[in-house]
Design a protein around this ligand. Structure first.
Ligand SMILES: [Zn+2]
Length: 452
């Protein structure tokens, strides 16, 4: 072998080696670079918040079966098309339709006062003349059992201090049944919220059991529940007239709406992420879950606008009817159960600074891979990766064995100030927090799509 040839071979070897290492460096740089661009893009403007405010202000509350909800869904569909996302379409879902109508709670004795209330989703209404009865104040289901002989013909008022959402919401969910069992004619309860501001909070109740008479059920503000208790303790039980027009109508047509970035290597492998389009019929569902829904959609838009071509298909799904039926989540699972999903992701925890990515998988080794997302997520805020992700809408898919992920936020207890109440409006959503949530979702989903 002559010298020239030897040098040539050595030289070529050096070039190839440097090309190889360059390639690896470029790949490393690319990931850092892409993450940087995603975060910068998410934080750059207020388009997510502007869309949230536009939807809330223009279409109003979005309870399942309402015109406002379907108009909002049509708007999402049109905007997703404008965004240039792929496979934008709606899938029909029949949803329950509960209508509040007018409602009024008047204290007749010992003085006249109108007390703000919110009937509970699924409750029946009162007769046309209303229900007039003295109240019985109790602090718990056990307390009601002790005072059962005093409950007949009364309006039971459950006044219990705030402990946690899980504990307090029991009185929203089954307070009416306990009251009916004790012989009461209606029930009121202190809203499941840590604060008052004379702001009642609604939500869903359980289905009336066939074994009991159906009685109307409504939420009071903290202040009025406390006032009723103080008056009750003087020995002169206040007399209440309760009037509610609440009614359950036949199921109505609505839709899940979705869009995608098709995967390059594995288009049939789906990462589905989203929030729910519906809200309660008071307030405009800015935290619950307009913000969650728009954040996941915006995350998809950012990935698309940056020209990122994910290996797997990333799909944004705006599930309908999370609040009082989960028909959207169930219909999605039924319609898409035969498609391979490597992940379902949900954001429905209120728009506050993102604090965690929860992950659930039957494959225990996968969490270690997701843990590697942490340094990237820390560029956005104090976000950890932990075991345990899930949500109401992705529940049906997770039941089928799909990996589940969710974003949690650090609300400092404030979420339940607004939750299911007239004050759940865009004003109470901080645009920067929303952008951080968008960034966290986009980063987590991008990194997940890159997993082998
Ligand atoms: Zn929600």
């Amino acid at each position: 072998m002559n010298k020239t040839l030897v040098f040539t071979i050595i030289f070529l070897g050096m070039i190839l080696k440097s090309m190889g290492s360059d390639k690896a460096d470029v790949k490393m740089e690319n990931r850092e670079d892409i993450i940087h661009k995603i975060i910068k893009s998410a934080m750059a403007d207020s388009s997510a918040w502007n869309r949230l405010a536009y939807m809330c202000d223009t279409y109003g509350p979005r309870l399942a079966g309402s015109e406002g909800l379907n108009k909002a869904i049509d708007w999402v569909y049109r905007e997703m098309k404008k965004d240039g996302l792929s496979n934008v379409h709606k899938e029909k879902v029949m949803v329950p339709k509960w209508v509040r109508g007018h409602e009024k709670c008047e204290m007749l004795e010992p003085r006249y006062a109108e007390l703000p209330i919110l009937g509970i989703g699924g409750s029946i209404g009162t007769p046309k003349e209303g229900i007039t009865a003295p109240i019985l104040v109790v602090h718990s289901f056990d307390d009601l059992k002790l005072k059962k002989d005093q409950a007949k013909g009364k309006i039971v008022v459950f006044n219990l201090p705030w402990a946690s959402y899980g504990a307090n919401v029991q009185y929203r969910f089954r307070g009416a049944f306990a009251a009916a069992e004790a012989g009461a004619v209606a029930s009121l309860f202190r809203s499941a919220s840590p604060v008052g501001f004379r702001n009642p909070h609604t939500g869903m109740m359980g289905q009336y059991p066939d074994s009991l008479p159906k009685t109307p059920h409504a939420a009071l503000s903290m202040e009025d529940a406390n006032m009723l208790e103080r008056l009750f303790d003087t020995g002169h039980a206040p007399v209440i007239r309760l009037y509610m027009e609440a009614e359950t109508m036949p199921d109505a047509e609505s839709f899940n709406v979705m869009s995608e970035i098709p995967g390059t290597d594995k288009p049939d492998d789906i990462i589905a992420m989203g929030g729910h389009s519906d809200s309660w019929d008071v307030g405009t569902g800015a935290h619950d879950d307009g913000g969650g829904m728009i954040a996941t959609w915006q995350a998809l838009k950012i990935l698309k606008d940056l020209g990122i071509q994910p290996k797997k298909t990333i799909r944004a799904v705006m599930w309908v009817n999370e609040e009082n039926g989960v028909r959207g989540g169930k219909a999605y699972a039924e319609a898409h159960k035969d498609e391979k999903h490597s992940l379902v992701f949900e954001f429905d925890s209120g728009v506050f600074p993102p604090s965690g990515i929860g992950f659930t998988s039957t494959d225990s080794t996968l969490l270690q891979e997701i843990k590697k997302f942490e340094p990237y997520l820390k560029k956005i805020g104090d976000i950890d990766v932990h075991n345990g992700g899930g949500g109401v809408d992705i529940g049906p898919m997770m039941k089928l064995g799909t990996n589940g992920m969710s974003l949690s936020t650090k609300d400092d207890g404030k979420y339940f100030w607004f939750h299911h109440s007239p004050s759940d409006t865009p004003d109470n959503v901080n645009p920067e927090d929303l952008n951080k949530c968008v960034a966290a979702i986009a980063v987590a989903i991008y990194l997940y799509s890159e997993l082998p």
